[in-house]
Design a protein around this ligand. Structure first.
Ligand code: ATP
Length: 224
């Protein structure tokens, strides 16, 4: 199902990646394969509007993401949000990408279930499905049933109006659908990784070895 780069659907996966871990990488790879995406862009945010400032610097988070993505065909690190001043609004990123990639190309915005449930607090969130499809990856602690139970009215309505019956529907139009993608449940979070390193522990086997080496060499996340 994989299409040629330059024509097929593009996956977009944003986050603070502070640090990037296997809970990001494995679900993202599973989406790349399951949806037949020729390209999946990993987009680190500079100043996430919803949360405390990242601990590692933008350069360090970018370096870790590059190490993590280096050997995976299809993974592309896109640093545009780090180069843009002000808060990193996804709607701005999607508008930029839409202008660059053209109106016809399907864009698939990947989100963990937790992020999807919080969507109505995002800047101009109602514009997002007009600009891209939403691909929701199940995150441990947020099973499929929880989606219906925990979703507020706005998210429920969005899902009812836009949920797709098949992932192939993503390729037929440029935006507007929501696909719930089952992925391997990996109960890994960057918060827990930072806490563990801060307490003197190791994050080995929770993220790529090259990223762990970078964290150790740069003394990241250790309490000072
Ligand atoms: P933190 O613990 O600092 O909040 P995080 O591990 O949640 O970090 P983010 O960079 O905030 O990582 O997440 C970026 C995106 O990755 C979000 O859409 C989030 O839902 C998704 N995500 C993060 N961890 C997982 C996971 N273990 N499984 C599936 N999706 C995940």
């Amino acid at each position: 199902m994989t299409q040629h780069a330059g024509t097929g659907a593009v996956g977009l996966f944003g986050g603070t990646f502070d640090p990037v871990h296997f809970g990001h990488l494995r679900p993202a790879l599973e989406c790349l394969v399951a949806l037949g995406l020729p390209e999946l862009r990993l987009i680190p945010s500079a100043m996430p509007p919803h949360r405390a400032a990242p601990v590692a610097s933008p350069e360090q988070r970018l370096a870790m993401l590059r190490l993590a993505a280096a050997d995976q065909p299809g993974f592309v690190v896109d640093a545009r949000e780090l180069q843009r001043p002000g808060p990193s609004y996804t709607v701005d990123t999607l508008r930029e990408l839409r202008a660059e990639l053209g109106d016809a190309r399907p864009l698939c915005l990947l989100l963990g279930t937790d992020a999807f449930l919080g969507l109505p607090s995002w800047h101009h969130w109602q514009a997002l499905p007009e600009l891209a499809h939403l691909v929701v990856m199940h995150r441990p602690g947020f099973p499929r049933e929880a989606l219906a139970e925990r979703a507020d009215e706005a998210v429920r309505a969005l899902l009812a109006a836009r949920q797709l019956a098949s992932p192939t529907d993503l390729h037929g139009r440029p935006a507007g659908g929501i696909w719930l993608q089952p992925v391997t449940a990996l109960d890994i979070s960057a918060t827990a990784i930072r806490a563990s390193i801060g307490a003197g522990g190791s994050a080995r086997y929770l993220l790529p070895d090259a990223v762990w080496r970078y964290i150790e060499q740069n003394g990241l996340y250790r309490k000072v």
